[in-house]
Design a protein around this ligand. Structure first.
Ligand code: AMP
Length: 571
């Protein structure tokens, strides 16, 4: 699924007047089309006027202001500070500067974040080397201005991001002083999630006739009445595990999972396959033939999960679809309605599941306002919930089989076992086989629910993008390309890795690996992980001091009916 080229495909950003270097970075990031706020603001800002934008986090507002600013930078320009972005928190400073760095990578743009809490010396050096863009919290920006280390004479563009939060945090005076140190004829861009009167006052004070942009809400009846809408709150690095567990419980006939980018589609497809789902990717980087093939597999039931971007899934109509999953809260409420409308067609019931990070609360509220419906908040299923559900599904399947009229066809199997065991034990063995064939596997680690995260944690967590594992956490089926590296870097040297000579091709599932290692080497489930299952081999994290014991113990055993070789994995 990784083969299609990402850089030559036209994307929906082409019409926005952006430089080719930026288009290339966006294509590399897998962005297929601008979000509504981007579509509206990028051309506007390109004309140089001021802007007052109402947009919540998660709408793509960072790129909405970052791209037009970057568009004015010439790769050959000396790194004079022409853009200043003010943000309320250090986490947002880091996040915005990382985003600008990514978008501007092909332009070789120099972006420097300055915020309180980081040693000032480091920032002094960075500023001295020069920056096209400085992203700062107000207090630290003032500190640098007063020291003479931040020269704002060449500034052409100022962004006040999350202006309402900056005011709430008491930065009004600092902002005034900082703006006073910039040229009067600058472009001033203000983004705020809410527009209370004090924001309008700021706009009047510092902006010139700003264009106003707000994500439009349509009042049309979205027709979502037959769809049960559920949201689970979960942190970013637990998302794939949470999705696996939710789907295990929901047992959809077939489902579509919407992701934001092609990269995310590819990674999640691999992860879900590692977890035993027959998942297929669908994104704009695939040609028509590849897409048709994927759709065919979904329609005939060969695939049960379609992981897709919005663009690729446009116009998709599959009657067997029982579930729609938003792997992220969509940035526009209309897009949510559009997505979930894939189920609940022709009077049938459907389920729409959304995984939301704590910071995406406002987006959910926008959606509820548009659909005039409440999205039910559910807790991430616990290990016990999963076990109960597995039992329930097996009982249901066996009851259905008991009602079928061809049971006697299997009499010869029972005859073959005659006298060997009691009927009860034979039935239990048959149920065990069925459980295993259905891919029911050990999944022992609880996934933290993020429903009650306090609002003040919002910003801290938004930067929690690394997907790092914490010590003792296990992420089944993890198969991102750098998953091992990420884990190793945060494990304080405690986690070692073993190479296992069988992989997906041999039908290996995370539960097989956990089961074999736990049984043979006497480790407990939560000491095992992360797990990466590739086509022909697997790599499993175990406590460093147990690597040799696990290699020896598991090498003497069979996995999925085949002999397995296990050794320390060094690379
Ligand atoms: P923001 O609202 O700026 O915090 O952005 C929310 C998330 O959306 C970030 O993870 C961005 O990387 C992502 N994003 C922004 N624009 C796009 C786009 N056009 N396509 C896909 N993802 C995007």
């Amino acid at each position: 699924m990784n083969e299609p080229s990402r850089t030559e495909e036209p994307t929906g950003f082409d019409a926005l007047g952006l430089r080719p270097e930026l288009l290339k970075s966006l294509a590399n990031l897998g962005y297929e089309e601008p979000t509504p706020i981007q579509r509206e603001t990028i051309p506007l800002l390109g004309e140089g006027g001021d802007l007052l934008g109402q947009a919540a986090t998660g709408t793509g507002k960072t790129a909405a202001f970052a791209l037009p600013l970057l568009n004015t930078i010439d790769p050959l320009d000396a790194p004079l500070t022409t853009s200043l972005v003010l943000v309320p928190t250090r986490e947002l400073a880091v996040q915005v500067s990382e985003a600008m760095f990514k978008y501007g990578s092909e332009l070789k743009v120099k972006v420097v974040p300055v915020y309180g809490g980081q040693p000032i010396q480091r920032q002094l050096h960075a500023l001295k080397r020069g920056a096209h863009v400085v992203v700062a919290t107000p207090g630290r920006a003032l500190d640098h201005i007063r020291r003479g280390s931040l020269d704002l004479d060449a500034v052409r563009h100022v962004v006040l991001d999350e202006a309402d939060e900056m005011l709430d945090m008491g930065f009004a005076d600092d902002i005034e002083e900082i703006l006073g140190a910039t040229p009067d004829d600058r472009q001033t861009i203000l983004f705020s999630a809410t527009l209370p009167p004090r924001i309008n006052k700021i706009a009047e004070q510092y902006q010139r006739d700003p264009a106003r942009v707000q994500i439009k809400r349509s009042d049309t009846d979205p027709g979502t009445a037959l769809i049960s809408q559920i949201v689970y709150h979960v942190n970013r690095h637990h998302k794939s595990g949470a999705l696996g567990r939710i789907l295990d419980i929901e047992a959809p006939t077939s489902a579509i999972v919407f992701c934001r980018t092609r990269t995310e589609v590819d990674e999640l497809t691999e992860t879900m396959n590692g977890r035993g789902y027959r998942a297929e990717a669908l994104h704009g980087g695939m040609d028509q033939k590849q897409r048709d093939r994927v759709m065919g597999r979904l329609r005939d039931g060969t695939a049960e999960l379609l992981v897709a971007t919005d663009v690729a899934a446009r116009g998709l109509d599959v009657d067997t679809l029982s579930h729609v999953v938003n792997y992220d809260v969509p940035s526009a409420p209309e897009s949510y309605v559009h997505r979930i409308g894939r189920v609940g067609r022709a009077g049938r019931e459907g389920v729409a599941i959304t995984l939301a990070e704590p910071r995406q609360k406002r987006l959910l509220q926008n959606i509820e306002r548009l659909t005039k419906q409440t999205i039910e908040v559910r807790k991430i299923p616990t290990v016990a919930d999963l076990r109960n559900r597995q039992v329930e599904l097996t009982v249901k399947a066996v009851s259905e089989a008991l009602a079928s009229d061809d049971l006697d066809d299997y009499g010869s199997v029972l005859d073959g076992l005659d006298g060997a065991e009691s009927d009860r034990r034979i039935a239990l063995a048959a149920i065990k086989l069925m459980h295993e064939a259905r891919g029911t596997f050990l999944d022992e680690v609880e996934i933290p629910d993020a429903t009650f995260r306090k609002e003040k944690d919002r910003h801290r967590k938004r930067n929690d993008k690394s997907g790092n594992f914490k010590k003792g956490e296990r992420r089944n089926g993890e198969s991102g390309p750098d998953s091992k590296k990420r884990h190793a870097s945060t494990s304080n040297g405690d986690t070692g890795f073993v190479y296992v000579s069988l992989g997906r091709k041999a039908g290996v599932r995370p539960g097989d690996l956990v089961g074999a290692i736990a049984n043979e080497a006497g480790l407990s489930g939560n000491q095992i992980g992360p797990i990466r299952i590739q086509e022909n081999f697997s790599v499993v994290g175990v406590p460093e001091q147990s690597v040799d014991k696990v290699s020896k113990a598991v090498s003497a055993t069979m996995l999925r009916g085949r002999k397995v070789r296990v050794r320390r994995y060094n690379d």
